[in-house]
Design a binder for this molecule. Structure first.
Ligand SMILES: [Zn+2]
Length: 585
């Protein structure tokens, strides 16, 4: 019966089958044309690979970058003019560029090179120079390239370019390449140790769209085909801080008068229809600069602008044009944590940059500590403590924050190979503990010196700089007038936290620090006995107190000044993780 029905239907069915096959074939063609890009090549995916000897032989002084953004085709056409000062002789030079953006031509000092003079080896382009360059000479490389840049899978964590649309269907484009690096859309040295002296961008966008970017706006040109070209210039941006943002933006702007005497534009680029929320965020931005300047020091880009741009992804610390995608979420503290966090990176990340990715907690630990610190100023002690307690619950202690070895971005951020989230939350708690140990005066002076390289920063007397954990340890020790190696060794260079063992026997309360490998840890501990507080010095990691009354109530570290092992928090954290695994599997 089944068979007969089939045969009987066959004559009606055949044309539909043909149409079906055609539709399927068309679908395959469309899918093939838009198929997901292959995974990034190994070299392109990594950020912070060691510089080549030739790269170390030059000073990367200027980058003049033209980007033609074609949202309809999801394409980017680029032309980059890279300017170098040669420090020691070279016959070739390398830069990084994703092979998915094929190079069309390269010129050296204005002369077109034969295609055989360069090759892109899995993301590292080597250019043989027409003649060797000597120390003191200049070299200019002009690179034309273009194609479909790597699309972000989950920006900003798995980064790339984001092709999104506004509610009314207009293009909304962003880049977020902290993890994968600048080589996803321009030829660069993909290493945090290199910052280009001056970066000029010319971003060409379809009619009706705007392209806010890093630094100062030099001007907007109208092209004959109706498109516009947005010209921007920034000094010393981090490589991963150079960003493209394109949308039908509106601009909320004001100006900021600094306690340091300068006046600067403050800009928030947002999507149409959000004017009320945008004005509120703009006011919060101005308030935040004032607080950060009072607490740390002058805004590092005082001669450019403070800029924030609305993005389809959550956020990123793009210098003077921070990415903001927090949707003006309301919080009981009346505070936008995302804006505050990304803004903190203007100091911790953009002004002070890690000397190696191993020191990334200098960006994220300090950056994350600034939210509780800002809250304490805005709304008092309760919200500071509440924010710290939230951070405390997610500390993992699986890997040390600092390994003491060269690390790539990926090694540090992956929770399976490195500290991952601990560079944020444990880093923040290490700073909280340090501040309580050495006091506000020494702590903030040490932070200021680490950020600016001097204790008395003023606009014009400092430059962006690279820093390291060892350097901060030395500065904090100087400011505290004591050697703090024990503090940094235990908190940053060991995975496990120090544990405080307390025993009460007769009239004696004994305290003892237990540390990985028995490392020294003379961390003083405050103890409250009924209404009386006293500090136990804990020389050699031990101390004791006499408690006359057996009924006295005792609280160790009553203000939670010290980061230490806490079994209840660990059990809670592991239980939460188990529950998450259960609901997601
Ligand atoms: Zn951050």
């Amino acid at each position: 019966m089944t068979e007969r029905v089939e045969v009987g239907r066959k004559s009606d069915w055949q044309p539909w089958a043909i149409l079906g096959v055609l539709v399927l074939a068309l679908a395959i063609i469309v899918w093939f044309a838009n198929r997901p890009k292959p995974e990034l090549g190994a070299k392109t995916a990594k950020t912070g690979l060691p510089l080549t000897p030739e790269q170390r032989s030059v000073d990367f002084q200027t980058a003049d970058l033209t980007f033609e953004i074609l949202p309809a085709q999801k394409r980017l056409e680029g032309r980059a003019i890279l300017g170098f000062l040669v420090k020691s002789p070279i016959a070739k030079l390398q830069f990084a560029l994703d092979p998915e953006l094929p190079i069309k031509s390269i010129a050296a000092d204005g002369k077109q090179l034969a295609d055989s003079a360069w090759k892109n080896d899995d993301g590292l382009v080597t250019v043989n120079l027409p003649q060797p360059k000597h120390a003191g000479e200049r070299l200019s490389l002009a690179v034309s390239y273009g194609g479909k840049p790597h699309v972000a899978k989950r920006a900003p964590w798995d980064g790339g370019i984001v092709w999104a649309y506004t509610k009314d269907g207009r293009p909304w484009v962003a880049t977020a390449v902290e993890g994968e690096g600048c080589d996803l859309f321009w030829p660069c040295f993909d290493n945090s140790q290199v910052e280009v002296g001056t970066v000029t961008q010319h971003i060409i966008v379809p009619k009706g769209l705007s392209a806010p970017s890093n630094g100062r706006l030099l001007g907007v040109d109208k092209l004959s085909d109706g498109r516009t070209r947005w010209n921007w210039r920034a000094r010393h941006p981090n490589n991963y801080a150079i960003a493209i943002d394109v949308a039908p933006y509106q601009l909320a702007q004001t100006s900021y008068q600094s306690r340091y005497g300068y006046r600067m534009p403050v800009e928030y680029w947002y999507l149409p229809g959000e004017t009320k929320s945008a004005q509120k965020l703009l006011a919060e931005m101005v308030q935040t600069i004032g607080f950060f300047e009072a607490t740390i020091g002058p805004y590092p880009w005082w001669d450019e602008k403070m800029g924030v741009v609305e993005t389809p992804h959550l956020g990123m610390e793009h210098q003077t044009i921070n990415a903001y995608g927090n949707n003006y979420k309301l919080a009981p503290e009346g505070f936008d944590w995302l804006m505050n966090h990304e803004f903190s990176h203007e100091w911790f990340g953009n002004q002070l940059t890690n000397g190696d990715w191993d020191d990334m907690w200098l960006h994220e630990g300090f950056g994350s500590y600034m939210q509780p610190v800002s809250l304490a100023w805005l709304d008092g002690r309760m919200v500071y403590d509440s924010a710290m307690f939230k951070q405390r619950q997610t500390i993992q202690n699986k890997f040390p924050i600092v390994s003491g070895r060269h690390q790539t971005e990926e090694q540090v951020y992956d929770n399976k190979t490195g500290p991952g989230n601990d560079i944020y939350v444990k880093g923040s708690w290490v700073l909280h503990t340090l501040r309580n140990l050495i006091g506000d005066q020494a702590f903030w002076t040490a932070v200021r010196r680490e950020v600016y390289g001097r204790p008395d920063p003023k606009p014009g007397n400092f430059q962006p700089r690279f820093g390291s954990t060892n350097e901060f340890e030395a500065i904090a020790s100087q400011e505290a007038h004591k050697n703090l190696k024990w503090f940094f060794d235990v908190y940053l260079r060991q995975a496990h936290l120090p544990r405080l063992i307390t025993t009460r026997q007769g009239q004696t309360l004994s305290l003892q620090w237990q540390t990985p490998h028995g490392l020294p840890f003379p961390m003083p501990v405050e103890v409250q006995v009924d209404n009386q507080r006293q500090v136990v010095p804990m020389t050699n990691g031990r101390g004791s107190l006499t408690i006359a009354n057996p009924n006295s109530l005792i609280t160790v570290d009553p203000d939670n000044k010290i980061l230490r092992q806490n079994d209840a928090i660990d059990a809670f954290r592991d239980d939460q993780a188990k529950n998450r695994a259960r609901t997601s599997s």
